[in-house]
Write a new protein. Structure first.
Lengths: 261, 143
């Protein structure tokens, strides 16, 4: 069972402070970078499947040398190989990342591709379905339990309102993993030090150009063009005047928001 | 801005999701015609509440659409998009929408933004607002 795990070095912002500067740039203080939380669960699931069924686990990321930190953590936890697609910050749009991951893993055969359900910083949750489309393999997102049975994977999905959906997919397949599916293993500082000496493969855009060209190159689709800091206070609108005028205002607001016809 | 907004409606436990109705308000704010698509199995009736909110409701029935599956749903929706050529397709950021929207976008070759809380028109382009960093920053995204 060969498993690819897609990971990201994500920014954790619970203690961070943000400021939007005059030219509209975002300045952050106190961001802490680590292996994306959802990806940690995906990696753990991959390691457990390998322990039960054999095979190997290869971790992939897209980014610069600083993003290798996430791959080192994967190696320290037990991944067999790690691959970084060397890409500039302009190619961190989700579709660009999905294309680069596709091109990097296309040359090998993986029975299972695991990703986190989303990244904790941007939260797009776009890459898993995009990558499945490009790889032309079945997929399921928000997976809370995985069972492997005779060439198939049974994925238990977490839906709204506590509903669980069970889907059966033929292998190869892609699953995006939800937090809480397992308990990710702890990695010691010594383990991280040992992992820093393990080989890590870096793939250039040039090496992937043959696969990227039919997809229109490595470029993505979307661009963040501005930032705002949300106001903290709750917004309340008081409707003054007699009841009939207030009622007419309420109906107008509800209509504007599409809540009544 | 002229053209059509196509909302993909979704139900949960028999009730049309609130976001599926709110999209009609977004269409009128953007100056777009409000249309809605529903995908169901062959025996299911239309969802009458949608007719009150949308100028047009497209009901696609097929036995393969009885259960939501992003691959099959995107096949059907790609046909609807091809026929109607909407300016914007919207759907709830739900467990179904999170699977369907990115898959459909790559199939159509059309940009996609998820978890959107607002859309505005800037000249000839649409700008989507969405939160980053657990709600601490609101980003304006251009396609």
């Amino acid at each position: 069972m060969n498993i690819a795990v897609c990971v990201k070095r994500a920014a954790e912002a619970s203690e961070a402070e943000f400021e939007v500067t005059e030219p509209g740039e975002l300045r952050a203080r106190g961001l802490v970078y680590d292996l994306n939380e959802w990806d940690d669960y995906a990696l753990e699931e991959a390691l457990r499947i390998r322990e039960a069924h054999g095979g190997r686990v290869v971790a992939f990321t897209v980014g610069g040398p600083e993003d290798e930190e996430a791959l080192r953590k994967c190696l320290a936890k037990g991944a067999d190989e790690a691959v970084r697609v060397d890409a500039p910050p302009s190619l961190r749009d989700p579709y660009a990342v999905a294309k680069l991951l596709y091109a990097a893993m296309k040359k090998e055969h993986f029975d299972l591709v695991l990703t986190g359900a989303q990244a904790g910083d941007d939260g797009y949750a776009l890459i898993p379905p995009m990558l499945a489309y490009l790889l032309k393999i079945p997929f399921a997102t928000l997976v809370k339990r995985v069972e492997l049975r005779e060439g198939k994977v049974i994925a238990h999905r977490e839906l709204e309102g506590g509903v669980e959906e069970v889907v059966e997919l033929s292998l190869p397949a892609l699953l995006s993993i939800q937090t809480g599916i397992n308990e990710p293993r702890y990695v010691s500082i010594m383990g991280l030090r040992r992992a820093s000496k393990k080989p890590l493969k870096v793939v250039s855009l040039q090496e992937l150009s043959g696969l990227l060209e039919p997809l229109g190159g490595p470029q993505g689709w979307i661009e963040v063009v501005g930032y705002e800091l949300p106001k903290l206070e709750r917004r309340a609108q008081f409707l003054d005047g007699p009841a009939d005028r207030a009622a007419a205002s309420i109906i107008k607001i509800l209509r504007e928001r599409g809540l009544v016809a | 801005m002229s053209g059509e907004l196509l909302a993909v409606a979704e139900r949960l436990r028999g009730e049309v999701k609130e976001q599926s109705l709110e999209a009609s308000g977004l269409a009128s704010r953007l100056g777009l015609k409000a249309s809605c698509a529903i995908l169901t199995g062959p025996s299911e009736e239309g969802w009458p509440e949608l007719v009150k909110f949308y100028d047009e409701v497209v009901h696609v029935k097929h036995y393969l659409l009885a259960q939501p599956c992003p691959v099959v749903y995107s096949e059907a929706l790609a046909k609807v998009v091809e026929l109607r050529d909407p300016k914007l397709v919207v759907m709830p950021h739900s467990s179904m929408g999170m699977e369907l929207a990115p898959y459909l976008a790559v199939k159509l070759g059309a940009p996609v933004v998820t978890d959107v809380v607002d859309v505005e028109v800037r000249g000839s382009e649409l700008r989507a607002s969405r939160y980053l960093y657990g709600g601490k920053v609101l980003a304006k995204v251009s396609t």
